[in-house]
Design a protein around this ligand. Sequence first.
Ligand code: NAD
Length: 287
Amino acid sequence: MIIDGKQAASDLRIALAEEVSSFKKSKGITPNLTVVLVGDDPASHVYVRNKVKQTIEVGMISNEIRLPASASQAELLSQLTFLNSDNAVHGILVQLPLPSHIDEAVVIGAINPEKDVDGFHAMNSGRLLNGEADALVPCTPQGCIILAKQHLGDDLSGKHAVVIGRSNIVGKPVALLFLQENCTVTVAHSHTKNLADVCLQADILVAAVGRAEFVKAGWVKKGATVIDVGINRLVDESTGKARLVGDVDYAAVSEVCGAITPVPGGVGPMTIACLLRNTLEAAKRYG
Ligand code: NAD
């Protein structure tokens, strides 16, 4: 079975639009997401364009602040100080990656945690670690849980979730979220021994590695649910055309698993939908 992330994201946006509308009526506040984009990275511009479009579509205000690639860290920080204290702004997102002369950790640490809709600030990571309900949770991991539940139902307790990848933005938070769902969680990474054997134990297998078609059919237990976070560009040598593939060997794994998220059209669309969800949540707490 294919887990349709595009449809799930569309359903979530429709539900959010209704919530935004009633929040505006009851509180007189329109949630505002402000995206800060530094430099000219073409992929970042595409991501920001999509974020802006979808923010407006659910009835929120979208602001975009563009700084040149030459902007200093101090200029970016002073922009954040201004946004942190602007009562009309509920969510702040600094599009990553930043130019190499700017320290991403310092910038993320300078965002007001209550407006940190990416959920990357140490305050929000700590809240997630502690299982506190007021954490703003990173968007891609939220999307993974929603898609896993779509196939398996709301009760994931007792399932063995194996997460390949331990980054701060995907692997670690998604592992913590599965733990909150009472799963038994294994985090595998680049130093894991016998990775195939570890993966074979998974009822839910999450691949967040960044390597095209890395997870093979022989690593997947029959009937397992596979969540593929990877986004990799592969160029077809014969045609020269590029296509997107995930971290899972989709065609072969589909024959073994019970359900799988495709790339594109799986986890990717959920990320922006969950960003909008976090923005509404931040605005509700403010209002
Ligand atoms: P990252 O490079 O920060 O982390 C990759 C992780 O994979 C590391 O923790 C590393 O230990 C592990 N790894 C690397 N080689 C390995 C190996 N041989 N065996 C086992 N583990 C290995 O990447 P990230 O930011 O977590 O992103 C992972 C993938 O997810 C990328 O393809 C990225 O493009 C994609 N991504 C997608 C979305 C989305 O919206 N769908 C969002 C974020 C990231």
